[in-house]
Design a protein around this ligand. Structure first.
Ligand code: NAD
Length: 311
């Protein structure tokens, strides 16, 4: 098949594009490199640098494409609080631009990578797709608005759509920006350096941490699965893990004994998050295979190797 992956130089996009190319598909990648790194892409991925709002570029890249994976986005929740207009422009406007270009060119299917963040605070766990979204940040609003655009435009213009709500993904190669680093690579790094793990809140808040390979499996299945048009499907591990439990595992995996500091909660994130995977199992045959302990071990070991290679 011929694919276009947007956000192809990012953490999830590059893993997906490389997997599709390895499986023998023709893969084009688009990314503006605002945060992505194209050096992680296999040479068989045909990469183009460009903005998701650049419609002429989209028309060119969409010629002959069977399915688009749409991952290009701004992804930092605290940054979205400071720059909501930028998040709207890229995450919402860019998605609409892509849907228009797909319609012009006649592309059959789009798999949109949405986020578990759209659920916000919910009393019922695990989270089912029919829960009423309670987005708590401009990032979450932008992903939810993009979902609505994808599904509505898809229905009106006859484009098949699948929205995957990915929970907290982690794995080897996850970027570690100096500001607002994701919790898992940050904790692994800090623990190995015997640094300090800073927890915002009492550490009893829970998240659903899902390993990169499991997310890629779900994404791959969504391109051809029958009976998924217009669906929104959770992609997580189905396991609820507290930050305290995560720290215990990080200590075990790294052999480090970092200090842990509990600060007041600052991000307004929900108290609990756990994905219900009934629909993903039924529609995508999805079954997460990597436990948090194994995933942390792989991530720690592979990132150490990567750092050595880079010197
Ligand atoms: P990432 O930042 O590594 O990837 C996003 C990519 O989009 C980057 O390479 C960036 O350069 C590119 N990009 C940003 N603005 C662009 C623009 N205007 N035009 C073209 N490219 C642009 O983040 P990620 O973690 O790989 O996330 C990928 C997708 O998955 C995002 O849509 C995100 O919302 C979604 N998601 C991620 C997670 C997670 O835990 N990583 C969870 C839920 C959803």
């Amino acid at each position: 098949m011929q694919f276009l992956v947007t956000g192809a130089a990012g953490f999830l996009g590059s893993a997906l594009a490389n997997r599709l190319a390895r499986e023998g598909h023709n893969v084009r990648g688009l990314d503006d490199l605002s945060t992505g790194d194209p050096s992680v892409l296999s040479p068989s991925v045909n990469f183009t640098r460009g903005d998701i709002n650049d419609r002429p570029k989209l028309w060119t890249l969409l010629q002959g494409v069977d399915c688009v994976y749409h991952l290009a986005a701004r992804v930092l929740v605290p940054e979205s609080v400071l720059y909501p207009r930028e998040y709207d422009k890229v995450n919402v406007g860019g998605t609409v631009a892509l849907m228009e270009a797909m319609h012009d060119v006649g592309v059959r299917r789009v798999v949109f990578i949405s986020s578990g963040a759209i659920y916000g605070e919910q009393s019922e766990q695990p989270l089912r797709e029919k829960a009423t979204p309670q987005p708590r940040s401009p990032y979450a609003v932008s992903k939810l608005a993009a979902e609505y655009y994808v599904r509505t435009i898809g229905r009106l213009w006859g484009i098949e759509t699948v929205c995957l709500r990915v929970f907290n993904a982690y794995g080897p190669g996850q970027p570690l920006p100096p500001v607002h680093p994701p919790v898992i690579p940050n904790f692994l790094r800090q623990a190995a350096l015997e640094g300090t793990l800073v927890v915002h809140g009492d550490g009893y808040q829970t998240r659903d941490y899902v390993y990169l390979d499991d997310v890629v499996n779900a994404m791959c299945g969504a391109a051809t699965a029958p009976g998924v048009n217009d669906l929104v499907i959770n992609v997580g591990s189905g396991v609820e893990t507290s930050v305290r439990e995560l720290i215990r595992l990080v200590r075990e995996v790294t052999g480090g004994n970092p200090e842990v500091v509990y600060n007041p909660r600052n991000d307004g994130g929900p108290a609990r998050m756990c994905a219900d995977l009934t629909l993903a199992k039924e529609k995508l045959g999805y079954s997460p295979a990597v436990s948090l302990e194994v995933g942390l071990r792989n991530t720690f070991e592979m990132d150490a190797k990567l750092r050595k290679l880079k010197g």
